[in-house]
Design a protein around this ligand. Structure first.
Ligand SMILES: NC(=O)c1ccc[n+]([C@@H]2O[C@H](COP(=O)([O-])OP(=O)(O)OC[C@H]3O[C@@H](n4cnc5c(N)ncnc54)[C@H](O)[C@@H]3O)[C@@H](O)[C@H]2O)c1
Length: 336
C-alpha cells in the first residue's frame, strides 16, 4: 500500500523505515528543506536519528499537495504545538477524504482538545473518513533499527483500526493491537510524558529505584483518575497506551521528557532544559493542559501539580518533590 507521513522527525522517519520494510510505499513530508534533501540524498536524519540508515525507498518532499495526493492514509507525526498549523495547511490543499493516523502525543493547552478533536474541528467529516491513534511504548531510536515493539491502533472505526494494524504489523519487529477507546489511547499517550519529566527529576536528584517505582505506581493512579474523568475507560490505562508507555518513558534515557526532567533537576529552567534537547519535549506543554483540565474537573493530581509548579512557577525541584511526601497519609486505594 501507499502511506503518506507528515513530519520527518525522529518518529516520522522511524515509521517510514518500518513501513518500507513491510513492503509499503512511503512519501514523507516536512517543512525543513535541508532535512528533506538529507533524507533523499544521504538517506540519513542525523539530527533526529543519529547513526540510523534510512531505507533508500523512503522518499521525502516539501510539497504538501504531493504528499496528500500520494495516499488515502495520512500519518501525522509532528509536534502537537504545530498540529493546528499543519491541519490548517492541509485544509487549504486537501481535495478528498482520508484516513488520518495520528502518532503525536499531547493535549492542546487552553482548549483541552485531543488531536482527534482538533483534526475533526479543522477538517470536518468532509475530509476525515476516519481517525486512528497509533500509540504505545515506542522509542523511535529502537523502531528505526528494528527492535521488537508492540503498540496499539485505537479508533472509533474498527475497520480503520484493523487496516492500520495490518499495515504496520510484521512478523519480526512490530506488532499492533486494536482498541476501541480512542479517548483513553490519546490521553494515556499524552499524560505519560508529564511523569517522564518527573522521573527524570528523581533520577537527577539520585533518589533511587524505590522513588521511581513509587512514582510510576502513583502516576498510573493519577493518570487513570484524570483520563476517566475526561471520558476514557479505566481498563485502557492498564494497557500498552497507559502503563506500557508510562514504563518505557519513565525508565529510559531515550525519552526527551525524561532528559528534560534531568536538566530541570540540575537547576535549569524550562527554557534551558528544553533548548538542550534537539527534538520536541511534549510533556512540558501537556503538563499545562493537564493541570488546567484537572482544575476544571476538580480532580486531585498531586504529581501533575508538582511538575507544573516546577516548570511554570519555577519552584525548587527538591523542595517540591519532598512536599509530596508530606501530604496527609491516606489509604492506598481510596484516595490519592
Ligand atoms: N520520537 C519518538 O520516539 C516518538 C514516539 C512516539 C510518538 N512520538 C510523538 O511524535 C510526535 C513527533 O515527535 P518526533 O520525535 O518525531 O519530533 P521531532 O522533534 O524529532 O521532529 C518533528 C518534525 O516535525 C517537523 N515539523 C515542524 N513543523 C512542521 C510543519 N508545519 N509541517 C511539517 N513538519 C513540521 C520538524 O521539521 C521536524 O522534522 C510528538 O508528538 C511525539 O510525542 C515520538
Amino acid at each position: 500500500m501507499k502511506v503518506s507521513i507528515i513530519g520527518a522527525g525522529s518518529w516520522g522517519t522511524a515509521l517510514a523505515n518500518l513501513l518500507v520494510s513491510n513492503n509499503h510505499q512511503v512519501l514523507i513530508y516536512d517543512v525543513d528543506t535541508k532535512l528533506v534533501e538529507e533524507i533523499n540524498n544521504n538517506h540519513t536524519n542525523e539530527s533526529k536519528l543519529k547513526g540510523v540508515k534510512i531505507d533508500v525507498n523512503v522518499r521525502a518532499t516539501t510539497n504538501l499537495n504531493e504528499v496528500l495526493t500520494f495516499s488515502k492514509i495520512v500519518v501525522l507525526s509532528v509536534p502537537t504545538k504545530v498540529s493546528r498549523i499543519v491541519l490548517n495547511n492541509i485544509k487549504e490543499t486537501i481535495t478528498e477524504s482520508k484516513i488520518f493516523v495520528n502518532t503525536s502525543k499531547g493535549i492542546e493547552p487552553d482548549t483541552g482538545l485531543r488531536i482527534s478533536e482538533i483534526v475533526y474541528e479543522i477538517l470536518t467529516d468532509k475530509y476525515v473518513e476516519s481517525f486512528v491513534a497509533l500509540t504505545g511504548p515506542s522509542h523511535a531510536e529502537e523502531v528505526a533499527i528494528g527492535l521488537p515493539t508492540v503498540v496499539t491502533a485505537a479508533s472509533n472505526n474498527f475497520e480503520s483500526a484493523k487496516l492500520i494494524q495490518q499495515i504496520f504489523s510484521n512478523d519480526f519487529s512490530f506488532r499492533v493491537y486494536t482498541l476501541n477507546d480512542l479517548v483513553g489511547a490519546e490521553l494515556g499517550g499524552a499524560l505519560k510524558n508529564i511523569y517522564a519529566i518527573a522521573s527524570g527529576m528523581l533520577t537527577g536528584l539520585e533518589y533511587g529505584d524505590n522513588a521511581r517505582a513509587a512514582l510510576i505506581t502513583r502516576a498510573l493512579v493519577e493518570m487513570e483518575r484524570l483520563a476517566v474523568a475526561m471520558g476514557a475507560s479505566s481498563k485502557t490505562l492498564s494497557g500498552l497506551v497507559g502503563v506500557g508507555d508510562l514504563i518505557v518513558t519513565t525508565t529510559s534515557y531515550h525519552s526527551r521528557n525524561f532528559q528534560a526532567g534531568l536538566a530541570l533537576a540540575k537547576g535549569n529552567n524550562l527554557q534551558e532544559a528544553v533548548s538542550s534537547i534537539p527534538m520536541v519535549v511534549e510533556g512540558a506543554r501537556t503538563t499545562l493542559s493537564a493541570y488546567q483540565m484537572a482544575r476544571k474537573l476538580n480532580i486531585e493530581t498531586p504529581i501533575i501539580d508538582a511538575v507544573y509548579d516546577i516548570i511554570y512557577q519555577e519552584k525548587n525541584v527538591e523542595v517540591t518533590i519532598k512536599a509530596l511526601m508530606k501530604r496527609s497519609l491516606k489509604e492506598e486505594f481510596t484516595e490519592l
